[in-house]
Design a protein around this ligand. Sequence first.
Ligand code: GLC
Length: 446
Amino acid sequence: MILMQEIANFIRKVRLDFILSGQQVLEIADSFKESMVAGLGGRESCLKMLPSFLARPSGREEGIYLAVDFGGTNVRVLLVELEGRGKFRVLDRRLFQLRDSREGYDFTSPGATARELFGFIAGKIEELVLEGKEYPLGHTFSFPSRQLGVNRAVLLKWTKEIKTSGLEGEEVSEILLGCLERRKLQNVVPMAVINDTVGTLLASAYDDAGTVMGSICGTGHNTCYVEPRWPLTGKEMIVNMESGNFDRFPLTFYDRLLDSESGKIGEQLLEKAVSAHYIGDLAGLIIREAISEKLIFTGLDQKFFGRNFITARDISLLLADQSKELTLVAQWLGSKGIADSLLEERVALKTVASIIITRSAQLVAATYLGVLKHIDPQNERQCTIAVDGSLYELTPGYAGKLRLTLDNILKEKAGLAKIRPARDGSGVGAAIAAAIARLLPQNGPG
Ligand code: GLC
């Protein structure tokens, strides 16, 4: 028997634990700003504040570039033409998987080596290029990396559950170069390696000079921003904060549980609370708790709502259901082996999905506010925040909740901060980075 009042109480408690008040959003923004300043000053901080060795483009960069976009289990290779005046065209685009159980390979597992992984990517590049033509290459590598220069990056640690051996602590760009050379692809010339957030920022800044942040809300989460005065040079520098590792926000019981069951305990706590890789499991943990308290889906087996039972894509699907009886939710449950669900159970499930998404957007917005507090404390300037990623793009209501959280805090100044989707940003940004790098003195003629 379903106990309506008890379900309502359970959901109320979950909502209270997760949803942030305006005051909490402000406190998180302040802590974020403090962490940025500590990281910039070389003090202990959960924000790594990694320099990209790049400033924003002029918008006049031109030419045809190859871009490799490696940010998870998919890799994309693109051919991009930059036309100047902030315009570009994607001439060709290929997407391939780094793991394929039918084909019997997995370059993301500890059993695979870095050379095998990049050898595979070099093979895909080969399929796209013509002999006798030179291709400057921009490489988006979306994992925490210490840049030694615009074209040199050392992987600090894998995130997003990628586990390929032999790359942590190594120079990513050198390994790719070695693999290109082994395939005799001397006409492919790596010029720049960047984070996907940096790519997103560059792609937006190419036609909007007011872009100050680039952010990914997808499988992973991270933001970069334009630091007006980098401490060592006094000049503008795009800084990859690796903000997925931010940890100064209220963690719920479920966040702690998810973390304790994850690959890297205590790391990437913001990413675990907000990103597509984790939010399905977070919702699953809450539903499991309700099941174990015998509130909903009574009598269901433990195997339901375990890891990967709900994905971020499922969350989007649940949230898209506007029907009175929640028929799409019912169908989804049916497809997962749970037939004959009750309306109350479906409502509870959809509400949990909505709570998780709302908190995700609130937390992300709080970090953007933290950046604004640092670069424009009085909120005086027009600025653009470029956002890419499946969560932002595909989750019903996500963009609206992000906007609302900013508006509630910025009030009459809200109009100054524009949020802009930057589709394909990380690929196009890699081409722009290669174009900028080509003009740097060390790469010039002679
Ligand atoms: C992870 C990576 C980070 C990347 C983000 C989005 O947080 O550590 O480098 O930007 O995912 O892809």
